[in-house]
Design a protein around this ligand. Sequence first.
Ligand code: ADP
Length: 485
Amino acid sequence: MKALFVASECVPFVKTGGLADVVGALSSALAAEGVEVRVLLPAYPAVKAALPASTTTVSPGRLPGGRARLIAAEAAGLDILALDAPRLFARPGNPYLGPDGKDWPDNHLRYGALCRAAARIAQDGLAGWRPDIVHAHDWQSGLVPAYLKLGTAKAAANTPPVLMTVHNVAFQGLFPAEAVPALGLPARGFTPDGFEFFGQLGFLKAGLVYADRLGTVSPTYARELASASFGMGLEGVIAHRRAELSGILNGIDLETWNPASDPLIAAPYAAGRLAPKAKSRKALADRFRLEDSGAGPLFCVVSRLTRQKGLDLLLEALPRLLARGAHLAVLGAGDGDLEAAFAAAARNNPGRIGVVIGYDEALSHLMQGGGDAILVPSRFEPCGLTQLYGLRYGTLPVVARTGGLADTVIDANAAALEAGVATGFQFSPVTAAALGDAIERACDAFTDRKLWTAMMRRAMKQPVGWESSAAAYAKVYAEMLEARA
Ligand code: ADP
């Protein structure tokens, strides 16, 4: 089976969040399921720089924003189709934001062009290659099924089915109504049953309405998305299509994230040989200038600093963490007020709290390798990856009971401890008080070395790779093809 992935991010070329990890890792993992994936990406400077010189180019025809060409190349083990439209994509740095920190004003044209190109490839094929299915990821690819379905009925019947996966419903791709003609979309689609969203054009809304099947990245988030508390205005559309929505957990790349071979941690370790983890803990404490006596746990945070991630709650709960003799290392970037508040917390608690503002992939490995526990107090979390890395590295997750966090961590309550299945700590509701309680429970558990070590070993053995999820995606693709037959 052949699948065309359409996405705006993909590791190792361009990443602002978990979407990139998933697109890169899932496309590789699907090979084992007999699915041949090509990934269509914008040719941002970082993507172009990573492509080998010997590539083939094809014209996808006229797109919103002008002419473009497609570069077909293999890079980092992936089969890449890069949409080269310099006027749209030759901009370094964050893919979505200009130097002023605001969205690029032509983002509708940029990602409209990506979607139009994808629809052309789906319909006409590319040098003898035509996908059997299209897998669209997040709002940047939401218009793909709209372009396919809103053409002529005959053309629509001949096009491959589309799976639309929502990685985060908070990012919807909303643009003024004037974008509709600019993108060559028919006015008849601008209705509540089509791609209109409260008077605006909604890219993700279009994807949810016109795709053949819908997906998201955990079973709990699939249920949450159909509710007003989590659906962010799209709950009605999603609830209406609930039977066609699959919640499939993300996995992680088990080679990149392997404590037994990770070159970015101080010393390799494994479930059966935990002692060397202490070396990474020491390196981590040094890096964050923590005066670590080892008496309490070393908590870590690796996150975008935004309201979604609930880190304002952590700021509130800090006195309780400190009162228990614990330490905290934070790596993150995002909202200015949160960055400033964490920097101030570090200044006010030297030796106890360390903060690095910025994005640092290598340091994120050392944190998973050296931390005792990883804090993920998200208000909502479609799947979450850092708690999965935490499990793999025996860095026990302390998480809000929401979305994929609820699906991947087993809380150390009395029943789970008795049954010997606990892998971390969950809290609910998502408040500073409940987070503080969970931090204290973790501190209590940490004093019982036997218990903590047993939890670490169990966490490290939990399957967090792509195997079963890639099989689940392949099954959805097969069902989509059957439904068409
Ligand atoms: P989201 O996609 O909502 O940001 P996820 O947990 O799904 O959250 O994925 C976040 C990814 O980005 C993880 O791979 C995490 O390690 C990484 N990450 C987040 N912030 C940073 C940072 N400041 N430095 C390095 N890696 C980061």
